[in-house]
Write a protein that binds this ligand. Sequence first.
Ligand SMILES: [Zn+2]
Length: 547
Amino acid sequence: MENVIECPFCGRELDKDKVIKRKYVCYECGYYFRVRTNNRIKMVADRGSFEQWFEDLVESNPLSFEGYEEKLEATREKTGLTEAVTVGKCRIYGEEAVIGVCDSRFLMGSMGHVVGERITAAVERATELRLPVFIFCCSGGARMQEGIISLMQMAKTTAAIKRHSDAGLFYCTILTDPTTGGVTASFATVGDVIMAEPGALIGFAGPRVIKQTIGQDLPEGFQRAEFQVEKGFADGIVKREDLRKTIYYLIVANRPKEGVFRVRRQSEEDKRFMYTEILKELTWKSRSLTAWEKVKAVRQAIRPSAKDYMDYIFDFFVEAKGDRAYGDDQAIMGGIAMLNGQPITVIADMKGNTIEECQKRNFGMPLPEGYRKALRLMKQAEKFGRPIVSFVNTAGAYCGIEAEERGQGEAIARNLLEMSALKVPVLCIVIGEGGSGGALATAVGNEVWMMENATYSILSPEGFASILWKDASAAPKASEVMNITSQDLKRLGVVEKIIPEFGGANPNTVEAIGEYMRDEIVKFLDACEGKDWESFAEDRYNRFRKY
Ligand SMILES: [Zn+2]
């Protein structure tokens, strides 16, 4: 019976070898088993590349807590670990990175002073070596036997991460089951990118404590990884089969900024390696529509979305979700795309192609959390010297109670303020409707382009007619005098370039338009080559100063 294990979720008896082969995922129900440190390292690091650091840092008993030393000794004996976190350096598809792995078998992965010290020392050494850091988090929270000294680890670890970040380096956490307590209020949730494993419990207070405190049942899925993505606290869910590839992609896409802007170009060998070996199966990649999806897309008599063009512009795209404060607004999509080896941060208004998708995306009318997500991703792009491409297509910012409660005006203003000063190239393309401040909030670019039949205006022709002439039915007349077409705006100097639609944007022309855009974006980036970072902000200031 040695080779049979029981799934804690579905209760079925499983063949252990088969479970191991599937990276500790139940092949019956998809449950994610908790993973031991050495298995986790095997899962992500190139074979034999892991070099452990600070193993000699072991516990004292800071509060002389009775029985603590005996308990530690027994835990060490049982787990073969010296503490609840293991840190060190490894390679991932040849790329060097510092990793930390927490293990819930060691006193529930609680953060005593050695856990804090190992993480802090590893982050400090990563800063010296200029390496990215990836931490696999799982923790029950503070270590009670260490009291206030345990609490201090929250400030200590976070402070080291701040210095690593200020040095322009990339920090990423992968939240695994369970990540709770002080760890979620410190090193686990301050990543440039935060990923979570499916179904993982993630929260500051544990569900049992919350339930007791408020005396109510908690909703289904409360505090699970999927819930946290929806609420804007993590960029996305990562499946174990994609974990190593995703980490590799993040290392490549988040290299430290250098002296001046240089377009990154991939050698043929790199390209083969990265595109075929690694990203071939990455679930988020572009051009992944099934035949049936394509059929459905072609049948829809509507303009293509940003995502439709992106399939022809970029080699692939990884979405990043959430504003880290309230939610993930799907009226604005964001993430990192790759174009010939050059990582690019993409922001895109999305309206949706089907009724369900339109509802999910609020018909492309963003809420404050959408603008805040866009800003978060644009600031991240600035940190790592990534150019930004923003696709604008919205009737306007969402008009409603919740938008006002969460500060719609402030969110738009904040974007204008911060976008004006971004020290990276910013290109904005109006692909459909450019409606008022809600569009401008993602359209402060070094250049602004417009598709041939797109519109961009202060408000809708209906609104214009009713305000100016108290007669909404005069909208056709209003549209004539408002100067809202690409040709008008080019003449007025509001846009630099018109993207031809080859007879009108529809599913038959989307490929030609997308490829045209790709060529033009490549030219735009080439023209930025060798400019210093400051000049992009300066040029943008002057561009808007002239109006
Ligand atoms: Zn199962």
